[in-house]
Design a binder for this molecule. Structure first.
Ligand code: PHE
Length: 355
């Protein structure tokens, strides 16, 4: 008996020390492991004289409990200490001012694309994408623009092979074809992206940006198109009223087709959108031609709808007062710094698009 009392004293003493978690765990297994000191004592119970057995067992149990409690207590304490140390070490002062680490800016064209996507997503359009390198079929033939059609010349196409099978897409309209081929109607999508034509002056760049819109369902008419574009222009320019005019036009893939102008005036050298008697063309649109629907296996007797193609760079120039298109693509750091946007200020309809 005195033996186990000694063991108890010895271990309680040891546990007083400044110990690591692994040291305490070592004591634990020394005492209670398979061949631990206490475990072995328990095995002796059977051999002890009956008269002393009860007392031995109850003393042993008591000592076992005391040591176990002490070990658990010690482990808890060490863990607590470790957590506190960690908390102290990793303390963050949330009241510190933020560091001016944001050097980059969002390009006005990217900002405009984000704004446009945000506006159309509010009325149920989802965003589709297509590749810049297209095939001749998606860019022209499927869009009711067969070989030798005069519209092909007007596009000043960059062909990538001698057979004129691969090209840089001249508009975002091939995404209409891609979208309708891979899914079933109804469709309600926009497709922003880069487009290319061999053309360059103050208002034309060989690479520019468009956003395509396509809405196909049962009973869609020109009124829906007009309502949709009217809503978009008002939201985009953040004005309550807008002057808009639909001018009859021609595109092979829409019938009827129209071009849309918005009214503006110049006041004190600044352009004011939505007023005045000057007109600016910003997009082409129309009701999707039945031939296009047939080319993508959509039954044009059941489904019809509208499409539009908006010049993004033009819209950005108007909204942000940029008067030379070429500046967009010159990568002049000072220009970007002046016209760029805060990367953390993502456009959203409810917070305001461009603050
Ligand atoms: N793809 C036409 C263009 O680039 C614009 C357009 C799109 C017209 C959709 C009608 C419908 O000029």
């Amino acid at each position: 008996m005195s033996d186990i009392k000694k063991i108890k004293e010895e271990f309680l003493n040891k546990l007083q020390g400044d110990l690591s978690l692994s040291e305490v765990n070592q004591f634990k297994s020394d005492l209670f492991g398979k061949n631990g000191i206490i475990s072995l004592e328990f095995k002796k119970i059977g051999q002890i004289q009956e008269s002393e057995r009860k007392k031995f067992a109850s003393d042993l149990n008591e000592i076992k409990n005391i040591l176990q409690n002490q070990i658990d207590f010690k482990i808890n304490k060490i863990e607590e200490l470790e957590i506190n140390e960690k908390l102290n070490r990793e303390k963050v002062d949330v009241t510190l001012p933020s560091r001016p680490y944001l050097k980059g800016k969002i390009h006005p064209v990217s900002q405009t694309i984000d704004e446009i996507s945000s506006i159309f997503s509010e009325i149920g359009f989802s965003v589709e994408e297509g590749p810049d390198v297209e095939n001749e079929y998606n860019n022209f033939t499927a869009l009711n623009t067969p070989d030798n059609h005069p519209a092909r010349d007007m596009h000043d196409t960059f062909y990538l092979d001698d057979n004129k099978q691969k090209l840089l897409r001249t508009h975002t309209s091939p995404v209409q074809i891609r979208t309708m081929l891979k899914d079933k109607p109804p469709f309600k999508i926009i497709a922003p992206g880069r487009t290319y034509r061999s053309d360059s002056d103050q208002t034309h760049a060989p690479m520019f940006h468009q956003v395509e819109g396509l809405h196909i369902d049962k009973n869609i008419n020109m009124g829906h198109l007009k309502g949709c574009l009217n809503y978009f222009i008002k939201e985009f320019f953040e004005v309550d009223k807008i002057k808009m005019r639909f001018r009859p036009s021609h595109f092979p893939f829409t019938e009827p087709s129209a071009e849309v102008d918005i009214g503006y005036e110049i006041k004190n050298g600044k352009i004011i959108i939505g007023e005045g008697d000057k007109w600016l063309e910003i997009l082409g649109c129309g009701m999707v031609h039945p031939n296009v629907l047939n080319n993508v296996n959509v039954d044009s007797k059941i489904y019809q709808g509208y499409a539009f193609g908006i010049g993004i760079d033009r819209l950005a120039m108007l909204k942000y007062g940029i008067n030379d298109l070429r500046a967009f693509f010159e990568c002049d750091y000072r220009w970007l710094n002046h016209f760029g946007f805060d990367p953390l200020d993502v456009p959203s309809n409810y917070r305001g698009l461009s603050r």
